[in-house]
Write a protein that binds this ligand. Sequence first.
Ligand code: GDP
Ligand code: MN
Length: 414
Amino acid sequence: MKIHEYQARELLRSFGIPVPAGVVIESVEDAAQAYKKVADEAFGAAAADGQGPLVVIKAQVHAGGRGKAGFVELVRSAKKAEDAARFMLTNRMVSPQTGPEGLEVKKLLVAAGVDIAKEYYLAITTDRKTRRNVLIASSEGGVEIEQIAHDRPDAIIKEPLHPLLGLQGHQARRVAFELGFKGKQVNAAASIMTKLAKLFIEKDCTIAEINPLIVTPGNASNPDGQVLAIDAKFNFDDNGLFRHTDITALADSTEENPAEMRAHRFGLSYIALDGNIGCLVNGAGLAMATMDIVKLHGGTPANFLDVGGGATEEAVTEAFSIILSDPAVRGVLVNIFGGIMRCDIIAQGIINAATKHKNPDGSLGFKVPLVVRLEGTNVEAGRKLLSDAQSKIPTMQPATDLTDAAKKVCAAVG
Ligand code: GDP
Ligand code: MN
C-alpha cells in the first residue's frame, strides 16, 4: 500500500524527523490563500506579493518523477501559486513512473520552500540478496538518483541493518561521515537515519525513502545549516496492514487501479499490463509461465488474473467480468491447472460470464475470442459443461495444452 507525500511527511514528523510545514488543497481557488498561510507561518509577517517568501507547490499522486514532469513548482507570490495550482489540477501528470496516459492530480501540497545547499538520498528497504533490511544512502540525491544508481553504483552506500538491533548509532554516524556531512549536520543526519529505520520496522514498510534529504545554507543562527526531509515515499507490506489501522486509514482508493480494487474485493489478484490478451489463471507461477508462453508466440498480455486456490463460482464469474471490462482485451486465454481449484467451477464461471456479463454496447458475454485450457481436478466435468454450452459461447475454442492454447489465442488476436 502506498500513501501520498503529505501523509508521508506527517509520518516522518511523528517519528521526530524535521520536515517543512505545509497544507493540502484541492482547488485552484484555495491556492492564493494557502500560499499566504504557509508563507506567514514559515516566514512571519514579511509575506508579501511579488518577490515574497519561497513556497513549493507539489502534485500529490502515487507516483514519483514529479519534479521533471513540471509538477513540483517553486513560487514567490500568491498569483504564481495559483498559476501553478491551475496547471497541476487541469493537466494529467506524465512521468516515467505513470505510463503514457498519465495521472489526474486531485490534491496539491503547498509547503514552505527551503534554500538548498546540497541534496542527499536516504532509504530503507529489504535487500533480498543478503536477506537483511538495508540503509541505502547517497550524497547525490535528487531527481537524478535512478540514473546515478545505474551509471555509478559506487556512489550509493549500502549499510545492512542488524536483524534484531536495527540500525545502530555507530553505523548511522559512519554513514553520515561517508556522505560528507560536517559539524552539527553529522548528528542531525545520523538521527534522521535511525528514526527512519525505526519507522520502517514499526510500520512494516517495504520501502521508506527520503529523496531529497537536504542541507540548507548556513546562517548566523545555524552556521552548519539545517538537515531536512523535503520529499518522502513509503510503501507498506499489505500482509502487515491488519496491525496498522493508522496506516490503512491513509489509503486513497482513487489512486488505485479500479479493476485491481474490484478483484481485491473478491479475493482475486489482478495485475493490469499493456498488451491485448486477457489471462485467467490459477497460481502466480502458472501466471508467469502463461505470460512467458504468450510472449513466446508473439502475443502480449493485457493483464493476468489469478483466481488462486479456492475461488467460488461467483468470484470466477467476477474474474471474467473484470477481464471483459477492459477495452484493450482482444482475446482471452484461460489456463487452469485444477488442484484445489476445480475445473468445473471455472467452466461454470465461463458460462455465467458468457450469459450474464454485460458489455458497454448492451450485448452479453464474450465478444472476443476465448481459448480455454483446463487440466486437473474435475477436468472431465468442466469440459462437458463447456461443450454442452458451446452454442452459447460461439467465440470459444478448447486447447489441448499450454502451447496449443498460446498459439490459438495469439493467432486469434492477430
Ligand atoms: P519528485 O520529483 O517527485 O521526487 O519531487 P521532489 O519533491 O523530490 O522535488 C523534486 C526536486 O525539486 C527536488 O529534488 C529539489 O531539487 C526541488 N525542490 C523541491 N522542493 C524544493 C524546495 O523547497 N526548495 C528548493 N530550492 N527546491 C525544491
Ligand atoms: Mn523526490
